[in-house]
Design a protein around this ligand. Sequence first.
Ligand code: 7PJ
Length: 284
Amino acid sequence: MHDEKGRTSGLFHLHVGRFRLAATSPLVMGVVNVTPDSFSDGGRFFDRNSALSHARRLIEDGADIVDIGGESSRPGALPVSEEEELERILPVLRGLEGIEKPISVDTRRPAVMREALKAGASMINDIDALTAPGALEAVAASDCAVCLMHKKGEPATMQREPHYDDVVREILDFLKSRLDACERAGIARERIVIDPGFGFGKTLEHNLTLLRNLSKLAGLGTPVLVGWSRKSSLGRITGRPAGERLPASLAMALLSLQAGATILRVHDVKETRDVIEVWKAYRA
Ligand code: 7PJ
């Protein structure tokens, strides 16, 4: 089946800097937080060497992309300065130079985007969906991929009674408008993935409604990335702390694949790969 732009549905090539990812199978993005306060593994990978060895470990475990973040966006997190964010990220990027997998940088700052791309990053994962002044231009000037994520409010306060009249409609409209903005800025569709932003200004019910309607996002013809790994919604469901949310995360990974997700952003790469194998066997 082909859509109006000639893409084969269910199959795509993602253009990620010098890499081409053929998603004949779902992809895994492994998370490396270089922050002292990320909610689930904050502090563990805060020094450069542990961040580096963790990134390498994720690649050995089968990560297709490694996502490095220097600013915690967990609910209630406080912002870090641009200098601090760069000091966290750049040494890790330099240490991963020449690695055979694309490196993504989780940032909302155009200056950090530009420096990260110079230092070898192939993808920008932006929880602000390139809305900061200069962000579209920073990405357009390179050949990196970009993840456009929806969020409502700011991390410090976003989980205080978030409200939507129609959560699915609102997120679809937002992501469509960001896809249009990218197109106007000259960022090719083959470089873009979209993400509903589970937990970013959303209650458990909002997240579940979005998951049930994920095929509508996938219907935009752009690969859908999802992040459920260890999130507090899973704590709400199971009553378990972040360190005990792996089974719940894997259940959500499977449901997300079945609903049309193409990229799973996770902390536990090896286990998530097994979920993908199970899903592929079921689908075959
Ligand atoms: C997400 C993210 C997500 C994208 C975080 C955590 C909280 N980026 N960054 N999607 N979540 N694209 O790692 O659990 O869901 S930070």
